[in-house]
Design a protein around this ligand. Structure first.
Ligand SMILES: CC(=O)N[C@@H](Cc1ccccc1Cl)C(=O)N1CCC[C@]12C=C[C@@H]1CC[C@@H](C(=O)N3CC[C@@H]4C=C[C@H]5[C@H](C)C[C@@H](C(=O)O)N5C(=O)[C@H]43)N1C2=O
Length: 114
């Protein structure tokens, strides 16, 4: 993580949409646990990515997703935002509406800066 800086950190359960079962499943090991989710900015490569780690002891990385120029960020509800990457659909179930607002402000900033 050379010279990357965090432009926001929120708490959310990171979800992935399972097309076959048509259900949202928590990313990482099965228990849908809260994670600390950051948006990191790398000024040298002028890139941004979403990185999330479980709050519990193992700090498992549950999302490490580049923010792609032109990506559509959908605020389905105040607490549940989502976006597509080439392979899958990510969903963040925020622990509060405020965290959702914080994250969407930083995501919008990143998308505007790309
Ligand atoms: C064109 C396009 O890609 N469109 C995407 C959305 C999008 C638009 C534009 C840019 C990018 C993206 Cl990604 C889309 O529509 N997609 C992406 C895959 C799934 C879905 C398709 C259909 C269903 C229908 C309903 C909704 C859904 O899933 N919603 C609604 C809120 C609600 C909130 C929380 C979660 C909760 C964690 C568990 C569960 C629960 O509440 O039990 N749940 C939900 O049910 C959650 N869908 C979708 O989001």
């Amino acid at each position: 993580m050379s010279c990357e800086s965090s432009i926001c950190q929120v708490r959310a359960t990171v979800m992935l949409y399972d097309d076959s079962s048509k259900r949202w499943v928590p990313s990482g090991s099965d228990s849908p646990a809260l994670s600390r989710v950051h948006i990191y900015h790398n000024p040298s490569t002028h890139t941004f990515r979403v990185v999330g780690r479980k709050l519990q002891a193992d700090q498992q990385v549950v999302i490490n997703c580049p923010i792609i120029k032109g990506m559509k960020y959908n605020q389905a509800t105040p607490n549940f935002h989502q976006w597509r990457d080439p392979k899958q659909v990510w969903g963040l179930n925020f622990s509060s509406k405020e965290d959702g607002a914080t994250f969407s402000k930083a995501m919008t900033y990143a998308l505007d800066a790309l």
